[in-house]
Design a protein around this ligand. Structure first.
Ligand SMILES: Nc1ncnc2c1ncn2[C@@H]1O[C@H](COP(=O)(O)OP(=O)(O)OP(=O)(O)O)[C@@H](O)[C@H]1O
Length: 625
């Protein structure tokens, strides 16, 4: 093995069990444990149950395969490969400045690494190795393993022990045959979302993209661990505050919080947001000079000010306005996000007085960083940050920039404002920047004043708007990471099984998608069909109710419950149960009975049903609770 070593003395390769394993009992125990897992796994794998607990670290669930023998070569290969990969990544990062292709990749450059890698303790590392060895048994694909090279002698020793005990287990149980590799990963559907990959990392946790399987809408979910929130100063408080503020907001230039849920068993809290394709900071990072054209800057600034105006009208001071907290939606609207340090200003307060100083140093106003900042005007602080953002958008520079924090604060408080020299700045723009970056917060422009400034209301040639940016984002590498799951979900509907009291499983055919050239209403019961809408029916707004507030449908037979399904569909179901094969052949010939208003109802299949993945996707929202 060529894994890096921290000591100068040559490290032996993995030693034999006789030499290293000074506690054979423990080896045996772990071997038996692995054996039990195998047996259980094999039985489990026959039926796919999507409601089981998933790990969030992957967008797929392991399909479950017979265990693979662990060999030294396999583990050595994994470690060596990871070591090489790391080297390649490091080299790439070294050439980052000059590598244009790499820069282009930075939009949606997926980072599937754990966001808290640096916090990993020796104990956690050991647990990860043990898990990686289990993965070797279950997955057999080297590409899937997360085996970093060992960094300490203790770690090396630990791996030796683990591999040795696994090998002993193999030997004792005569596991030495390799089945052909046929890993098939199953899509992960949890809490009504089909999960994709990580699309962003913040200080509070990672952000993953998902599809809401009920509305088929792309969403972004911020995942935060309780432990991590506890470690961050005011972590819980900030998150609670962010949720409380976001749930009251609804504006096109403010990120929309769709719902919040937590899974206590996993120790995680999830915030579901509308999906955005990237941040303004990512756009700036793509540009050679780290600035955009005047037209683009104007378009982004206009959206920012509209969002800020709305926030201030709702008595919210954001306190961390910067390009990194401005997201771009699919239709290229700027959305203000990250309300982690935002403050709700009291109802009876005349001005925007805030007390807690927060934010990013380069974007903080003088009254926050210099002198007495027991209280300050939060609205005016936002306007200063908006001024720094505008300065940054048009020039790629900051009005006050110093390498040391104290010097930076001093500069913000005392240095006179200088206009950027690397780009031509018009008279109006100069005037607006001066008004926004006025050190005296009383004289500084408010949001309303900014909205009527001549530069703000001026127009720019169309080709300088967000068109170019849009094109860049479009060509950026942000794949639709749920895509690989779709064919698995829709081309191969998973069969259902009916389990009786004795545990016997009866095969049920996959649900019918179409019936008589139309969507099979029995399968898609949750859908509201346009044909069924009466002129008096009101179409509700685009904000779908949270899964937690969805009213529960009354059981069949009670007032308000849907009537039974049409006879044709009942017969069809009965036929399907009796003879699934024949039914598949007959699908095309089935003609839908005329469906009237009352023709949608659940079929009572009875028994304890193991849901198929497909059924889960279209299950009623209430089922997920
Ligand atoms: N709704 C969204 N759509 C797409 N990407 C998003 C969305 N929300 C966040 N992201 C991505 O995830 C990253 C981190 O998100 P966010 O800033 O909300 O996390 P945070 O933990 O509050 O970060 P910070 O370190 O700024 O406090 C963002 O920079 C962005 O790239």
């Amino acid at each position: 093995m060529d894994g890096p070593s921290t000591s100068d003395a040559p490290q032996p390769k993995f030693v034999t069990p006789e030499v290293i394993d000074d506690d054979p009992g423990s080896s045996q125990a772990s071997g038996i444990e692995l054996g039990q897992q195998q047996a259980g796994k094999k039985a489990q794998d026959r039926v796919l149950n999507v409601d089981s607990e998933y790990e969030d670290d992957d967008c797929f669930e392991d399909g479950g395969l017979p265990p693979a023998p662990i060999t030294r070569e396999l583990v050595d290969g994994c470690i060596e490969r990871r070591s090489k990969e790391r080297q390649v990544v490091c080299e790439k990062y070294e050439n980052f400045e000059s590598d244009e292709a790499f820069q282009k990749m930075s939009i949606g450059n997926y980072d599937d690494m754990e966001d808290d890698d640096q916090e990993e303790t020796e104990e956690e590392k050991r647990a990860r190795f043990a898990q990686a060895l289990k993965n070797i048994r279950q997955n057999r694909q080297q590409e899937e393993f997360d085996l970093d090279p060992p960094e300490s002698d203790a770690m090396r020793q630990f791996i030796n022990n683990e591999v040795n005990s696994a090998m002993m287990f193999n030997r004792e149980n005569h596991i030495d045959d390799f089945d052909p590799l046929s890993t098939k990963k199953q899509p992960k559907v949890m809490e009504g979302y089909l999960w994709g990959a990580v699309i962003g990392n913040g200080s509070y946790g990672k952000v993953k993209e998902v599809i809401d399987v009920f509305t088929l809408t792309r969403r972004a979910i911020k995942i935060m661990k309780y432990d991590k929130l506890r470690k961050i100063t005011n972590g819980w408080e900030n998150i609670r505050c962010e949720m409380a503020i976001l749930r009251t907001l609804n504006h096109k230039n403010v990120i929309r919080l769709i719902e919040v849920f937590n899974l206590t068993a996993k120790g995680k809290i999830y915030m579901v947001f509308e999906y955005c394709i990237g941040s303004v900071q990512q756009i700036l990072d793509l540009e050679p000079g780290h600035f955009v054209t005047l037209g683009e800057a104007h378009a982004m600034f206009v959206d920012l000010c509209h969002g800020l105006n709305y926030l201030h009208s709702k008595r919210v001071s954001h306190k961390d306005i910067k390009p990194g907290n401005m997201l771009l939606s699919i239709d290229f609207t700027v959305k203000i996000c990250d309300f982690g340090v935002a403050e709700q200003i009291g109802l009876y307060q005349v001005d925007g007085r805030c007390t807690k100083v927060n934010g990013t140093p380069k974007f903080q106003p003088p009254e926050c960083v210099f002198g007495n900042h027991d209280d300050f005007d939060g609205y005016k602080a936002d306007m200063w940050s908006a001024g720094v953002t505008l300065y940054n958008l048009v020039s790629g520079k900051y009005p006050f920039e110093k390498p040391v924090l104290l010097k930076l604060y001093e500069s913000i408080g005392t240095d006179p404002l200088e206009m950027p020299t690397n780009v031509p700045i018009s008279k109006e723009l100069k005037d607006l920047l001066t008004k926004l970056l006025d050190k005296n917060y009383e004289r500084r422009y408010s949001c309303l004043e900014t909205l009527v400034h001549p530069w703000f209301i001026s127009t720019f040639p169309e080709d300088q708007g967000l068109g170019r940016t849009m094109e860049r984002m479009r060509t950026g590498n942000r794949p639709f990471t749920m895509f690989p799951s779709l064919p698995i979900l829709f081309d191969e509907p998973t069969p259902e099984y009916l389990q009786d009291e004795d545990g016997n499983m009866t095969y049920l055919p996959p649900p019918l998608l179409v019936c008589g050239g139309e969507l099979n209403r029995e399968t898609f019961q949750g859908f509201k069909y346009l044909d069924d809408l009466k002129p008096s029916d009101e179409i509700s707004g685009d904000r779908r109710p949270s899964s937690r507030s969805m009213p529960t449908a009354p059981p069949p037979g009670q007032a308000g419950s849907p009537p039974p399904p049409p006879v044709a569909i009942q017969q069809q179901n009965a036929l399907q149960q009796d003879n699934p094969q024949q039914m598949v052949a007959q699908d095309d010939e089935i003609v839908a009975a005329p469906v009237d208003e009352g023709d949608r109802a659940p079929s009572g299949r009875g028994g304890k049903k193991k849901r198929s993945l497909f059924a889960c996707i279209f299950r009623s929202r209430n089922d997920s609770n």
